[in-house]
Design a binder for this molecule. Sequence first.
Ligand code: SF4
Length: 213
Amino acid sequence: MEECSLSCADCGSAGCINSTGNYPAFCTTARLAEGELEEALAAGNLPENQKVLKAAARVEYEGYCRLTRVEETMDFARRMGFHKIGIATCAGLLKESRTLARILRANGFEVCSIACKAGMADKTLVGIDADCRAVGINMCNPILQAQHLNRLGTELNIVVGLCVGHDSMFCKYSDALVTTLVAKDRVTGHNPAAVLYQVDGYYRRLLHPQGGA
Ligand code: SF4
């Protein structure tokens, strides 16, 4: 496996946005394997993928800095011709999901939703250590959430506050395309980017995991 010492996350120019010519020496574009870009473009030109990419680009272009994420999600669904929307929600964010369902329905969509704790299966049934029951007896069940929405035939599934890892499993098992509206972060009020903006301030400890200053 090729080593990744410096890559896009270390780049300060983002010259790739408009091919400005301002690229770092380690530019990822220059380090792509032979045929790597062509392979991705071929996949992007498959009719089912091209439809998604074109719709997403129109949403970005026409809603740029104007539409909220909720509006963009509905715009994307409309452009894709989706009517039946799934909500895979955290049981702790039912109020937010109820509001989302209200908005979706007011805009003509059909909504099917399922909470992470639906099925009410004890955590230990899938081998989770019993001490994890201290923060809730029943397991989050993202596989059930996905399979349930698959059975109902939802055309786009929206994630509302699924935990780290549970969201991964939901994406793995969902038949429909998945988009995230709320990323769970119990500490920041579901705004994980707050840590990134404040890593030289309130969250400095994350840069010093051994307890240094
Ligand atoms: S592709 Fe090149 S220019 Fe773009 S972010 Fe990555 S390193 Fe920077």
